[in-house]
Design a protein around this ligand. Structure first.
Ligand code: MG
Length: 162
């Protein structure tokens, strides 16, 4: 790599969680009111999980399942945003910084728009950049997501190393 040049790597993350009554609905640590919430071993924050995988993928240092196994009792009901910060610390320790992050969350309910800026700001704070975007979509009533039984998150992240 010629000196003074930067190297850029892109990473993709995807996650899905079932939605069930009696659980919290969290996106990047922000709780949205909804009849159902995400089921999982940790707090099941689908967006935080997708972003972790996008970061680790771009840096080429494994995935969320390797770093934070869901068989590990320590991660039972654990908050996912501290895990995202830990993953980002590891990414930074390899010399990377985030250029930008773009995310899509798909669910029938709740509507993301009123919470979108809070969610975006939470990710921007954790990743030390303001270049973060979050979009909400529905599945038009189709499949498990469309029936309100699941939520999916996609995240794509560009990293740069000087
Ligand atoms: Mg997950």
């Amino acid at each position: 790599m010629p000196s003074g040049r930067s190297m850029q790597h892109i990473g993709l993350g995807r996650d899905l969680h079932r939605l069930v009554p009696g659980r919290r609905f969290l996106l990047a640590g922000v709780e949205l009111p909804n009849e159902k919430g995400e089921l999982g071993h940790s707090d099941a924050d689908v967006l935080a999980h997708a972003v972790i995988d996008a970061l680790l993928g771009a840096a080429g240092i494994g995935d969320i399942g390797e770093l934070f196994p869901d068989t590990e009792p320590a991660f039972k009901d654990t908050a996912s945003m501290p895990l995202l910060r830990k993953a980002f610390e590891r990414v930074k320790s390899h010399g990377w910084r985030v250029v930008n992050l773009d995310c899509v969350v798909t669910c029938e309910t709740p509507k993301l728009l009123p919470y979108r800026e809070t969610i975006r700001a939470a990710l921007a704070d954790a990743l030390e950049t303001d270049a973060v975007m979050v979009k909400g979509k529905t599945n038009e009533g189709l499949d498990a997501i469309g029936k309100g039984d699941a939520v999916e998150a996609l995240a794509i992240c560009l990293l740069e190393k000087l």
